[in-house]
Design a protein around this ligand. Structure first.
Ligand code: WQD
Length: 322
């Protein structure tokens, strides 16, 4: 197999490329470098600079590298930006996957793995979110991921492609400091930023119906996300009829307060006080994956805990903010 990894120069994509390469899979990366960076790629992995929206580029890359499977990770992922710029999100995420699937179908590429998100569930009112929990996204970002999943399964059925959509829960951590996330829009880097600036980390609401009043999430190490892709890619390679939708989570709920406690310990800011602000609009009280289906289907479970996520993320942060 030769796997095309779109978005392979981005934060999650580069971890997937690294894990696929370590597992002996041949890969080629297509990335427009809008948020990715070529120096994230391991040596020997070819980089094609371009966008999945450009059909001619996609056709050429599929042909020249004799691609037999696609891992589609390229996309836009900021919830607030998607609310402000829905047309942009639908173009990048929905039109992007449409073009890629059309090219794959015409080229006869038989395997397609898609990066989806727990954002497809919206505000799930269940203790553990299973893949059968109804999808009800509450922002254009989540809508664009759900539309992508629909296309993936419909095209897979119509054109005889093995497919998988992987719904990531809250990704954190880094395999190495160099591969750390440069973005600052999630809880862990936002807390780092405040602590580094000598400011109090913000807690967006402590009056939720959860044990300590703060929101509960299922945090997952990006290396575990990457190993789940390797397992899914192997399954698709072995099973041309596969049509999978899988949560990638740990099934363990961690509250904002608990996460900040781990961050205090790891960063040495032991006595840092927090500032409780109002709730952030659109935040569900609790989103935790049921991780049974991926275990059953791929024999995969997460290996890393919250402390390793925070410690590895902090090493990356320190490297960028010496
Ligand atoms: C986690 C919790 C905040 C910052 C989003 C998207 C999701 C996926 C991942 C992309 C929440 C709280 C945060 C802070 C806080 N996106 N928080 N203080 O919102 O669960 O998920 O990112 O693929 O689709 O919705 O992640 O890291 O922003 O927030 O209290 O300074 O931390 O309210 O409860 P979220 P997050």
């Amino acid at each position: 197999m030769t796997w095309l990894i779109t978005g392979g120069a981005g934060f999650i994509g580069a971890h997937v490329v690294r894990a696929m390469a370590a597992a002996g899979e041949r890969t080629v990366v297509l990335d427009d470098l809008s948020t990715g960076s070529a120096d994230r790629l391991p040596p020997g992995v070819p980089l094609e600079t371009g966008t999945v929206l450009d059909r001619a580029t996609v056709d050429r890359v599929l042909r020249e590298h004799a691609v037999t499977g696609i891992v589609h990770i390229a996309g836009k992922k900021q919830v607030a930006e998607s609310v402000a710029r829905p047309l942009y999100y639908y173009r990048e995420n929905v039109e992007g996957i449409r073009v890629l699937l059309e090219a794959a179908a015409e080229a006869g590429t038989g395997r397609f793995l898609f990066s989806s998100s727990a954002a497809v569930y919206g505000m799930p009112d269940v203790d553990l979110v299973t893949e059968d929990t109804p999808c009800a996204p509450i922002n254009p970002y989540g809508e664009s991921k759900l539309a992508g999943e629909w296309l993936v399964s419909a095209v897979g059925r119509a054109h005889g492609m093995a497919t998988a959509s992987l719904r990531y829960f809250n990704v954190a951590g880094a395999a190495t400091p160099e591969l750390g996330d440069a973005g600052v829009f999630n809880l862990v880097p936002m807390v780092f930023e405040r602590l580094d600036a000598g400011e109090r980390p913000r807690v967006f609401g402590d009056d939720y119906p959860t044990p300590d009043g703060t929101c509960v999430r299922d945090y997952i190490h990006v290396e575990d996300i990457a190993s789940a892709h390797v397992a899914a890619a192997r399954r698709l390679a072995a099973d041309p009829d596969a049509s999978l939708v899988l949560n990638i989570g740990r099934g363990e709920g961690v509250s904002v307060t608990e996460m900040i406690d781990v961050i205090r310990e790891v960063t040495g800011h032991r006595d840092a006080a927090v500032e409780v602000t109002g709730r952030r609009p659109g935040d569900p009280a609790r989103v935790v994956a049921a991780a049974d289906r991926i275990r059953a289907e791929l024999d995969w479970t997460a290996r890393h805990g919250v402390k390793e996520m925070v410690a590895s993320a902090w090493a990356g942060w320190r490297r960028r903010h010496p």
